[in-house]
Design a protein around this ligand. Structure first.
Ligand SMILES: NC(=O)c1ccc[n+]([C@@H]2O[C@H](COP(=O)([O-])OP(=O)(O)OC[C@H]3O[C@@H](n4cnc5c(N)ncnc54)[C@H](O)[C@@H]3O)[C@@H](O)[C@H]2O)c1
Length: 252
């Protein structure tokens, strides 16, 4: 198996893309720490995926926007697993709204979660990976960070920042055997996307327009994003770092 004897942590693993990533990594032999702000969601997803019969999947409750909580939770992950080989920074959130209608509190929240939360996790796990001389960090960004994203201006700024962070961090740590890459999904059918469409006519209209621009004419399924994460998390990509892989049906 590709990830035999490896340990992984996935943030926002309780549902959507994160849950699919946990399932894919565990299905390929990794022991997985499933981290989520919603403890009940984390426990349910971990129990479902453990029930599939792979290696252990252990739930942890954490808000990744708090550096102190991140430090504490990765201490517990290490107590449980002994080491951490793979970190998938996936937790994120957005709602669609024009920038002119945003409140400052909104973009603070967007940047805290989609950019600074990922930086918190990288900063806490990197010393151990550098000591071990091995690590795979996969940051889930978005095509919104590479192309213009009407109705998602603050989110696009956070994801664009995450892409720049990924490339620059790769330059700093690749010499120690730590690869840092990013998967950039296009619109993906997850609870976040479905809820956005249900709650807002504006989001529904913008997403329909965006779908028309996707050469494959459909949104992604979470498992399709997980397949790209598996590539970056596995030895198949040992000579690949600082890269961004769009998984978006040809959107560019
Ligand atoms: N769904 C899409 O269309 C899409 C497109 C491009 C990128 N993405 C990115 O993919 C990632 C996953 O998105 P999704 O659609 O699966 O979202 P989702 O809302 O369905 O799931 C996100 C999970 O993250 C958890 N979470 C939220 N805030 C957290 C925090 N502060 N600390 C820890 N956990 C937290 C939530 O509880 C939830 O379980 C995000 O980074 C998102 O920006 C999604």
């Amino acid at each position: 198996m590709l990830l035999e004897n490896k340990t992984a942590a996935v943030t926002g693993g309780g549902r959507g893309i994160g849950e699919a990533v946990v399932e894919r990594l565990a299905g390929n032999g990794a022991r997985v720490a499933l981290l989520d702000k919603n403890g009940e969601r984390a426990r349910e997803a971990a129990s479902r995926i453990s029930g599939l019969g792979g290696p252990e999947v252990v739930p942890f409750e954490v808000d990744i926007t708090s550096y102190d909580q991140v430090k504490e939770v990765f201490g517990r992950v290490l107590d449980r697993f002994g080491r951490l080989d793979i970190l998938v920074n996936n937790a994120g959130w957005d709602i669609m709204e024009l920038f002119i209608d945003n409140r400052p509190e909104f973009w603070t929240k967007i940047l805290d979660l989609n950019l600074k939360g990922h930086m918190n996790c990288c900063h806490v796990v990197l010393p151990g990976m550098i000591r071990a001389g091995y690590g795979k960090i996969v940051n889930i960004s978005s095509e919104a960070g590479r192309t213009a994203a009407y109705g998602e201006t603050a989110y696009a700024a956070a994801k664009g920042g995450l892409i720049s962070f990924t490339r620059s961090l790769a330059q700093e740590v690749s010499r120690y055997g730590v690869c840092v890459n990013s998967v950039a999904p296009g619109p993906t059918e997850t609870p976040m996307l479905k809820k956005g469409i249900q709650l807002s006519e504006f989001a529904a209209r913008v997403l329909e327009e965006r779908k028309a621009l996707i050469p494959m004419k459909r949104f992604a399924q979470p498992g399709e994003i997980a397949d790209a994460v598996l590539f970056f998390a596995s030895p198949l990509s040992d000579y690949v770092t600082g890269q961004v892989l769009g998984v978006s049906g040809g959107l560019c």
